[in-house]
Design a protein around this ligand. Structure first.
Ligand code: ADP
Ligand code: MG
Length: 313
């Protein structure tokens, strides 16, 4: 039996609750199939589009009525863990029942510690939420200078927030206990709620969004996973992505991956954190492999027939 950490991309989950549940329901048989193949799975997910939507909803509503207040990003991430976790629990439970499998499924709201002095607090660069026109973004920044917008790869302007590196999963013991008792655990959603330690040693939430790919590598370490599977909208990682020279990669060694990073093949904020997370994972222990592929192909991820496999070289 192998332990597999699976990270679902927020961008593959659709734009509203209906689409999200449909996309999850389509992917679930692939995920549960990994258990049927004899493996133990633990899930995490992204929340970029969803946390942006939740933040904006409260921000917008609070400007129109004093009965609704604004929520900071840490609370919005906690809400997104519940919202996405609920759909995953629902979808997975249905499939487990259909197959008569004895597993339980549970979402764990989780905090992830980050360093107070992480450089990203001075240089916010993680895009969240939807796209704006330049004039709209400038108007929002003028009205509220704490909100920073940047142009996102030619697609429009998006709000950017600090994305500190995850250091430690606060609920680590709970996760390990559940995993030991036939629970499929959904945790560290949206990278986890980012927290820092105060002078008294207590955790305080900070307004930032951790990249879920980095937290997925931390989670995979914690549960001593053999595989880290990162599910995203593309079937394979490519060189010269989006150009006529595009070439899909079926497998890459870690030294080759580092060379491609230097050559700039992986976009910052999308594919780069996945490759970095894969490298951190495969180099952190013996016999580990990472696979990057699309949501609906998850069940083929370990067969080598699909996806990009990353191994230590
Ligand atoms: P997720 O929500 O899964 O984290 P992202 O949008 O952050 O999704 O990252 C996946 C996206 O990265 C792909 O949909 C693709 O558009 C983009 N991408 C950037 N560089 C590459 C590359 N070299 N190969 C494949 N996809 C790439
Ligand atoms: Mg992403």
């Amino acid at each position: 039996m192998k332990v597999i950490t699976i990270a679902l991309g927020g961008n593959a989950l659709g734009n509203n609750p209906k689409e999200q549940q449909e996309n999850i329901d389509k992917a679930v048989p692939s995920l549960v199939d990994l258990i049927t193949q004899g493996h133990k799975i633990i899930l995490t997910h992204g929340n970029g589009p969803q946390v942006g939507m939740i933040y904006k909803a409260f921000d917008f509503a609070s400007a129109h009525t004093d009965k609704i207040c604004r929520f900071e990003l840490q609370e919005c991430t906690a809400m997104s863990q519940g919202y996405i976790g609920y759909h995953l629990q629902k979808g997975i439970r249905k499939e487990l029942q259909r197959l008569g499998m004895p597993w339980h499924v549970s979402t764990l709201v989780s905090q992830v510690e980050v360093y107070r002095h992480d450089p990203s607090f001075q240089n916010p660069d993680k895009p969240i939420g939807d796209f704006y026109r330049k004039e709209e973004a400038e108007a929002i920044m003028n009205a509220d200078p704490s909100q920073i917008f940047k142009e996102d790869a030619g697609r429009g302007w998006r709000r950017v927030v600090p994305s500190p590196k995850p250091v430690r999963i606060v609920e680590a013991e709970s996760i390990l206990n559940l995993l030991d008792h036939k629970f499929i655990v959904i945790t560290c959603g949206g990278g986890g709620v980012p927290v820092v330690k105060d002078e008294d040693g207590n955790y305080q939430g900070v307004s930032a969004v951790i990249d879920k790919d980095h937290s997925a590598a931390l989670l995979a370490d914690l549960v001593e996973a053999h595989y880290l599977i990162i599910l995203t909208p593309v079937d394979r990682v490519a060189l010269h992505y989006g150009t006529p020279q595009q070439r899909e990669l079926t497998e890459i060694g870690s030294s080759e991956a580092r060379r491609y990073i230097k050559e700039g093949h992986f976009a910052a904020g999308s594919m780069l954190p996945k490759i970095e997370a894969a490298l951190r994972f495969v180099e952190g222990g013996r016999g580990r492999q990472a696979v990057i592929t699309s949501l609906e192909k998850a069940h083929l991820a370990l067969s080598g027939k699909i996806g990009t496999r990353i191994y230590k070289s």
